[in-house]
Ligand binder design. Structure first.
Ligand code: F6R
Length: 623
């Protein structure tokens, strides 16, 4: 999730761009850059080129510092703040990216799924690439289609290029041949045009525009905008002109940063449908023989497929993703799995073998206990596969291979979209290993992939029902104790649900494997208790139904999270919240969402700030 911006006006562009990038920095902060069309040809530019590009690894302050020593006069430009996905954070991988002629500069937010094929295609035409990014193909393609000598303009070249891109993009393009305009386009990544007085702007979100204007145009998918200082033209992807009245926004800056949501946590809960799609879709390939999972980035060859055992270690929410992983690897790949809390693993005397597939999960890639566990495993000769959200993090650098969650930066302390995207990566791995190890039939594989492909839209459907959870939370937020229970995959989700609730609402909450109730925890159940049963494992419905009866007969209030159309719990629970039907073994991807919403609304009802829970830090880099 990067942030992009652009300016065409009468003010000096560089400070305007830096200011907008400051507002967008929450979207990514591992590098930043700008391109400005200088008013005069640049020094040392024999071609008379006026494209001034500066970019730097690190937070925006590094770029600002660098720019404070030079001046560039120019009133048109584009800017970018990066959250790395393809290519580690570095000066060269920072945006803007330029074409071989150095005339065209591009900034981009999104993922170009077919970039490897496009890169090969361009390389076969002698194009030399400088970076490891997916974005660079865009600059070279525009140059390829840009034929000023035959009258072909920049807009035509951009439209031709867009036809070849698969994946998501919000992008902005400038060319030194057209110092009066910038071109912007979007598909599946946000982009807003701000309409000012003698100046027009674009940005990934409204926050970056509010200092200049409150009249905006939200670009729709596949639309293109051409911005001049005095007007903006909108086009369809086919180049037909569109007329659209601007929208007036009266959000304050703080609300705008959160996309109109009251808190980052709620915004991130809602971003899950997109984050799941971003993590899944580039890895789900249509082949001539049907759908397949392609994990090219980790070259999951025979070595890994032959591993006799999987070991997974992590902390907190990431450990709960590991727990889901245990069930998933057993189910799909028939592999024995050991799951360990990193702070336990690092101080045990664990038996780790060089041929184990050792997976480490961490959103930040910087958690001290997780890194220590990974280093200990490395000493045993194990090969480390990192599942992380942060390209270039310590974990990503030290692991043998990394599989990235493409959730974008997570600001709220309580992890939500990082968790579901970690699950998505784990499912992809487990399914692929099952296939490579011939532990899964072709028909089952196809069925699971079909179900996986539907998950993003099903997640959106769960989110659309958030009001039901909000109302339920309004009735139960003051319960003294909240217990979550489930069996197998549902037990893993119960663990994560209880953690979410305790960390932001400060309610005493615990998770139990439902079968364990009678071995002790049921003694805690009284009329001040709410029990949330997660019930998606169809074969175990009778068992979990008995557990629900056991707690309600002792005075507990109850909520069941189960499949749409399921009537098994209607008569025995106080409330039933349903999620769209998918395969039982994929349920955690959906069943956690109502629990996240419940935690969020309980925290709000109790007057807590869910984004900044007491005593907790986002990244635990010390012991
Ligand atoms: C809970 C939460 C923490 C983290 C844990 C590990 O909402 O965010 O439990 O999951 O501190 O952090 P990472 O994944 O960065 O290693």
């Amino acid at each position: 999730m990067c942030g992009i911006t652009g300016y065409a006006g009468y003010k000096e562009a560089a400070p305007v761009l830096l200011d907008a990038l400051k507002k967008l920095e929450y979207r990514g902060y591992d590098s930043a850059g700008i391109a400005v069309l200088a008013a005069q040809p640049l020094e040392n530019s024999p071609s008379g080129n006026r494209l001034f590009v500066r970019k730097a690894k690190g937070p925006l302050s590094v770029l600002s510092e660098r720019l404070s020593h030079e001046t560039v006069a120019g009133t048109l430009g584009i800017g970018h703040t990066r959250w790395a996905t393809h290519g580690e954070p570095s000066d060269v991988n920072s945006h803007p990216h330029t074409d071989v002629s150095g005339r065209i500069a591009v900034v981009h937010n999104g993922i170009i799924e077919n970039y490897a094929r496009l890169k090969e295609w361009l390389q076969a035409r002698d194009v030399v690439f400088l970076s490891d990014t997916d974005t660079e193909v865009i600059a070279h393609l525009i140059n390829y289609y840009y034929k000023p000598e035959s009258g072909g303009g920049l807009l035509g070249a951009v439209l031709e290029t867009l036809k070849r891109l698969e994946g998501s993009y919000a992008l902005a393009v400038v060319s030194s041949d057209f110092p009066d305009r910038l071109i912007a386009a979007r598909k599946d990544s946000p982009l807003i045009v701000g309409l000012g007085q003698g100046e027009n702007l674009i940005a990934s979100d409204v926050t970056a525009l509010l200092a200049h204007t409150r009249e905006v145009c939200f670009l729709e998918d596949r639309e293109v905008a051409v911005l001049y200082r005095d007007h903006v033209d909108l086009f369809t992807g086919q180049g037909e002109k569109i007329i659209r009245a601007p929208t007036h926004v009266d959000w304050d800056v703080e609300a705008a940063e959160k996309g109109g949501y009251a808190h980052f946590m709620l915004k991130e809960i809602h971003e899950q449908a997109k984050a799941l799609a971003d993590t899944l879709r580039p890895r789900l390939k249509e082949t001539t023989t049907g759908r397949d999972i392609s994990l090219d980035e980790i070259k999951l060859g025979d070595n890994w497929a032959a591993a006799p055992r999987v070991v997974i270690t992590a902390c907190g929410t990431a450990w709960h993703a590991a727990m889901v992983g245990k069930y998933a690897f057993e189910h799909f790949a028939r592999l024995p799995v050991e799951v360990d809390i990193a702070s336990e693993y690092r101080y045990r005397n664990p038996v780790t073998n060089p041929d184990d597939l050792f997976i480490v999960i961490s959103q930040s890639g910087e958690t001290a206990d997780t890194l220590a566990a990974m280093r200990l495993a490395k000493k045993s000769g194990a090969r480390i596969l990192a599942v992380t959200n942060v390209v270039g993090s310590t974990l990503a650098r030290e692991a043998d291979l990394s599989l990235y969650t493409w959730a974008g930066p997570e600001i709220a302390v309580a992890s939500t979209k990082a968790f579901t995207t970690q699950l998505m990566c784990i499912y992809l791995l487990a399914l692929k290993l099952g296939k490579l190890r011939s532990r899964i039939t072709d028909a089952d594989y196809a069925r699971y992939l079909k179900a996986l492909a539907k998950i993003p839209e099903q997640a959106a459907a769960v989110l659309a029902k958030q009001e039901l959870i909000q109302k339920f939370a309004a009735r139960h937020f003051n319960k003294g104790k909240v217990f979550f229970m489930g069996r197998q995959f549902d037990y893993a989700v119960s663990l994560e649900s209880a953690l979410k609730l305790k960390e932001i609402s400060y309610t005493h909450s615990e998770a139990f494997a439902a079968g364990e109730l009678k071995h002790g925890p049921i003694a805690l159940v009284d009329t001040n208790t709410l029990v949330v049963a997660i019930a998606t494992q169809t074969a175990l419905f009778d068992k979990i139904a008995s557990n629900i009866r056991e707690v309600t007969s002792r005075g507990a209030a109850s909520l069941v999270i189960t499949w749409e159309g399921e009537s098994a719990f209607a008569a025995i629970a106080d409330e039933v919240f349903t999620i769209p039907k998918t395969e039982d073994c994929l349920s955690p991807l959906l069943s956690i969402i109502p629990a996240q919403l419940f935690a969020y609304y309980c925290a709000v009802q109790r007057g807590n700030d869910p984004d900044k829970p007491r005593n907790l830090a986002k990244s635990v880099t010390v012991e």
